[in-house]
Design a protein around this ligand. Structure first.
Ligand code: NDP
Ligand code: MG
Length: 368
């Protein structure tokens, strides 16, 4: 059988590492044709030694971004795993679709910023977008069994609740960067780890689900599930709930995405039910208002989701640089979302302009 040619964007990151692990387990069926990193030159060099025929791109270099977009088009991978963090992942996703490559999409920002545009383009080009974000992967694969119209009454996204689930509002005011970076169940990049603590990650994910599965935001629920074993659920119109369970290991959704549409045996350790406790709680939106702001942004649509993502990225960057407190993240977000973010989300230029404008306003607020 012909090997599947695969591109790994963000190969030096956490998703990149998990992707390389999955691909190395089946090197007879996959050939890595493109690898990208941003700042970690040494790490990218080490990875590229394993795959000497792959094109490598360091996007922080001069014209690095353009080189990446061009390399995606030139290498024409069969599948592109997009594990770039943040808004920088959007244009590479579009390049992959334009190159005729199926997209295993971890970069949720692609959907939050310009989901409708990207999905329309993928349909026109007959490209599959397979979500890698664990919740959306779970729902995507569950939905394959229920294709009849009006069967799904709710999508239920699980959230670990992050490290501050049991903290009071007063305690949240004083949390340190180090505490914020200690996620209880998942080992991920810094940005998404902070988003998990503020629940902005779940905010991004309800928007992602709403756009990706074309469901009204009112039908997307969030439940806190600290063990991160149930990855998400769907409730059917007969009231019955279907869930997907596995260990919290991103290699599962990556495996499922790169073998799609087939379900292929995996050598990952299976979930063991001995001594397994599963808990579920209601999320506290008083403590974690990023959830409510995301719901509002999804309801308003247009460029509001893009602005939500941009302000949050800037606020998180400022928190990482210790310029603001953890609790300033939602304060800044709320303020930025008060601007007018109506506009055409089907136009890439308008989307990128909104992203830029939201960042400028956010930076001003950070300075204050
Ligand atoms: P990491 O920070 O671990 O990795 C990010 C990757 O993107 C690195 O390869 C980094 O390069 C590269 N990168 C950073 N900035 C840019 C840029 N401006 N242009 C191009 N490349 C860039 O993040 P994660 O792997 O944790 O997350 C990646 C994406 O996957 C995010 O969208 C996240 O929300 C999503 N995701 C991640 C999960 C996880 O478990 N990690 C779970 C679900 C979704 P370098 O390191 O060389 O600077
Ligand atoms: Mg997720």
């Amino acid at each position: 059988m012909k090997k599947k040619r695969i591109a790994i964007l963000g190969a030096t990151g956490s998703i990149g590492k998990s992707s390389l692990d999955i691909i190395c387990r089946d090197s007879e069926n996959f050939e890595v044709v493109l690898l990208s990193g941003h700042c970690c030159r040494e790490k990218l060099n080490v990875i590229s030694k394993q795959f000497p025929s792959a094109v490598t791109v360091l996007t922080s270099e001069e014209s690095g971004k353009e080189k990446l977009l061009k390399s995606v088009l030139e290498t024409k991978p069969d599948i592109t795993i997009n594990g770039i963090s943040g808004a920088a992942g959007l244009e590479p996703s579009i390049a992959a679709i334009n190159a005729g490559s199926h997209l295993a999409l971890a970069n949720k920002e692609t959907i939050v910023m310009a989901g409708e545009l990207v999905i329309k383009l993928a349909k026109e080009k007959n490209i599959n977008i397979i979500p890698v974000d664990s919740e959306h992967s779970a729902i995507f694969h569950l939905l394959k069994s229920f294709t009849q119209d009006n069967l799904i009454s709710e999508i239920i996204l699980t959230a670990s609740g992050g490290p501050f689930r049991n903290k009071t509002l007063q305690e949240l005011e004083k949390v340190t960067l180090q505490e914020t970076l200690a996620h209880p169940t998942w080992n991920m990049g810094q940005k998404i780890t902070i988003d998990s603590a503020s629940m902005a990650n779940k905010g991004l994910e309800i928007i992602e689900a709403c756009i990706f599965f074309n469901m009204p935001i009112d039908k997307i629920k969030v439940v806190i599930h600290p063990q991160s074993i149930v990855h998400s659920m769907i409730r059917l119109c007969n009231g019955v709930i279907y869930a997907q369970l596995s260990k919290p290991d991103m290699r599962h959704p990556i495996h499922d995405a790169i073998y799609f549409p087939n379900t292929t045996p995996s050598s990952l350790e299976p979930l063991n039910f001995d001594c397994l406790t599963l808990e579920f709680f209601k999320p506290d939106t008083q403590k974690f208002p990023m959830l409510t702001f995301a719901q509002e942004a999804a309801k308003k649509g247009a460029l509001y989701p893009c602005a939500y993502n941009a302000v949050n990225e800037e606020a998180v960057a400022a928190f990482l640089n210790q310029k603001i407190k953890f609790t300033d993240i939602p304060k800044i977000t709320e303020q930025v979302l008060q601007s007018d973010w109506t506009g055409d989300c089907m136009n890439l230029e308008t989307v990128l302009e909104a992203d830029k404008k939201a960042r400028e306003i956010s930076k001003e607020l950070v300075k204050k």
